[in-house]
Every structure is written in structure tokens, then in C-alpha cells.
Design a protein around this ligand. Structure first.
Ligand code: GTP
Ligand code: MG
Length: 323
């Protein structure tokens, strides 16, 4: 049985409602990949991290080098990940990060992993991919190198760019703004000495990705460089962001680092907008970020007690500001 060249799932022609379906087993892609690639149509698949346990087992057993890809807007996601392999930390999508922030600041993230090297890249802009290739060549233990990370980190997009830049082959992997695009491991030979193995993305608990519709995903995934929105708050007010969350503050300087497609409604009086959502009261220290998992963050200048109203499935926390 052969695998779909786009997402790694085993091809089957028995059940049109199950993953891997194709009318003709000689096809290169499953029906779902065909639809994403040609019509930008997407069926959401329901994945859990149980699907990932075997992938991690295989990776640890192989002892091969791992590239851990992390979306620049989701840096804390990897804090608790454990893996015994050597890891090159790859921070992706630098093209969307606001100007004026140094790579050094971003690379300063804490993990429990055996990080042997770190790099910031943009597959979209071809930024630092040659440098990443030389780091891989320096650290690889064998021909095989695994690419892992949370869903939507940009794993398949990066491997497609490697194929384009460094091999004679087509860039086949299916990529999309929806979570869980890649469904199983897939070996991608780049040259005689390097085969990259794409893996399905981990699911991040508490991320807005897990509950967003496809319309919403288009809005929240930044399509271009983020222009942060600044609000000077001098009297009590509420700001509602795209009906996703509301923030109440009284005396502050708020910098929203999120997709430019989001909209902002400002209220100077008590409002009941999003009042039915979960209320989170945060005792924020000066120069902190309030992180809305999967969406981005709000840099808060002054220490203040701030209320957030948001869906209870989305996790919200504070950290020392990255900016
Ligand atoms: N701006 C920007 N977007 C990117 C970049 N790399 C990937 N993306 C976008 O991020 C989204 C997810 O990309 P994928 O390559 O499918 O991510 P993945 O990690 O393979 O996701 P799963 O297969 O679901 O685990 C797509 O909308 C990509 O276009 C980049 O360098 N810059
Ligand atoms: Mg993928």
C-alpha cells in the first residue's frame, strides 16, 4: 500500500468518508489533499496527541537529529516538551514578526530539550534556509532528520522549500492554514546524504486553533508583517477584539501583537459585550505580555489588574515581555 505524497496517510479506496480515500490507488494524493491543493477546500480532522505517541517513540529510538519548529507567535508551546534526541530549535515565520525585535531576544526561550543549535527562519521569504541546511549537515547523526512541532508551525512548508532549493524534485507536501494537515510520517529525500521526515503536528491544549472555524483561522493567522495596534488607556475602558476576547483596563499602554486582519472595538463605558464568556482576572506586572494561546499577545506597560473575557477553552497567561 502506498502513502499519500501530500499528507503521509495510507491510501485506500474502500471508504470515501475515511482518511486516505482516493478513487484510484494509482493516484499520488488522497482526495482530501487533492481538494486542499486544487480548491483550497478543507475538511477538519479530529486529531489528538495519542496519535503522536508512536511518532515520538520511533524518533527517540532512532536517536536521529530533530528539527523542532516553533511558530514565532507561539514560543511558549514547547516549554514542557520532552525528547531525548539532539534538537535544533527552528523559530519559523520571522516575516510576520513586527520590525525592531532582535532574533537574539526570540532565541532566548527556555526548554527541557537537548538543544544543540538554534535559528530563526522564514520559509516564505527564504530567510536563513541555507544557514539551517548547514546546521543540519553539522549536527545530523545519519541521513534521516525528523521535523517535529505543533500543528501549523510551518513544518511541511519548510520541507517544500528545501525540496525547491536543494533537490531536483517537486514540492509535493500539502500545506494549509488548518490544523492537522499532515496526517502521518512521510520520508522526503533531499539529496544522497539527507532525508527529511515530515510528521503530523502536535495539538496544543488551550490553543484557539482547536476551536476556530476555517473563516476565523484565515483571520487569526497573520498573512503579512504584524503592525502592532497601540492603545493609550487613561480612563477605564474595554477593547473587544474581533469578538474573540475583551480586555478591560484603566490606566495603561497596551500593544496588541496579533494578525492585522483582526478588528478592534473600543468602549469608554461599561459594556456587556462578550460578558457570557469566561472572565479571567490577571494581576499583571509591569512590562509583561498577556498571551492568548495561538492568537498572539498584548504587551502591558504598567502593573495593573486586568480582566479578559474569552472562551474557556483558550488558555491565557502572562510572561515577561518579549518586546
Ligand atoms: N507568513 C508565513 N507563513 C508561513 C510560513 N511557513 C508556513 N506558513 C503558513 O503556516 C500555515 C501552516 O503551514 P504548514 O506547513 O501546513 O504547517 P505544518 O507545521 O506542516 O502543519 P501540520 O501539518 O498541521 O502539523 C500555512 O498557512 C502556511 O502558509 C512562513 O515562513 N511565513
Ligand atoms: Mg504539515
Amino acid at each position: 500500500m502506498s502513502k499519500c505524497a501530500g499528507c503521509g496517510i495510507l491510501l485506500q479506496n474502500d471508504d470515501a468518508l475515511k482518511e486516505g480515500y482516493t478513487k484510484n490507488l494509482d493516484n499520488k494524493f488522497c482526495e482530501r489533499c487533492f481538494r486542499i491543493k486544487n480548491y483550497n477546500e478543507y475538511q477538519i480532522v479530529d486529531k489528538t496527541n495519542d496519535d503522536f505517541t508512536n511518532v515520538f517513540k520511533e524518533i527517540e529510538k532512532s536517536r536521529n537529529l530533530v528539527l523542532l519548529l516553533v511558530d514565532i507567535l507561539d514560543l511558549d508551546s514547547i516549554k514542557d516538551l520532552e525528547l531525548t534526541n539532539d534538537v535544533v530549535l527552528v523559530i519559523t515565520k520571522s516575516d510576520v514578526w513586527p520590525t525592531g525585535i532582535s532574533d537574539k531576544n526570540i532565541l532566548n526561550i527556555k526548554t527541557k530539550l537537548n538543544v544543540v543549535d538554534k535559528i530563526v527562519i522564514s520559509s516564505l521569504k527564504n530567510y536563513n534556509l541555507d544557514e539551517l541546511l548547514s546546521k543540519i549537515k553539522k549536527h545530523q547523526k545519519s541521513k534521516n532528520v525528523y521535523v517535529v512541532g505543533f500543528t501549523n508551525a510551518g513544518k511541511s512548508t519548510m520541507i517544500n522549500k528545501f525540496l525547491k532549493n536543494y533537490s531536483e524534485k517537486d514540492d509535493n507536501l500539502t500545506v494549509s492554514a488548518m490544523p492537522s494537515t499532515t496526517l502521518d510520517m512521510l520520508k522526503i529525500p533531499i539529496d544522497n546524504d539527507l532525508t527529511i521526515i515530515d510528521t503530523p503536528g502536535l495539538i496544543e491544549e488551550g490553543s484557539i486553533y482547536n476551536i476556530a472555524s476555517s473563516e476565523m483561522l484565515k483571520k487569526i493567522i497573520p498573512a503579512s508583517r504584524i503592525n502592532p495596534k497601540i492603545y493609550q488607556v487613561k480612563v477605564w475602558q474595554s477593547i473587544v477584539v474581533s469578538d474573540i476576547f475583551r480586555i478591560d483596563a484603566a490606566d495603561n499602554n497596551l500593544l496588541f501583537v496579533m494578525s492585522n486582519a483582526l478588528t478592534y472595538d473600543r468602549f469608554y463605558k461599561k459594556t456587556d459585550r462578550l460578558e457570557n464568556l469566561n472572565k479571567i482576572t490577571l494581576n499583571v506586572k509591569e512590562n509583561s505580555d498577556i498571551v492568548i494561546t495561538g492568537l498572539g499577545f498584548i504587551k502591558v506597560k504598567k502593573a495593573e489588574v486586568i480582566d479578559i473575557y474569552i472562551d474557556k477553552r483558550i488558555s491565557v497567561y502572562t510572561r515577561k515581555s518579549l518586546i
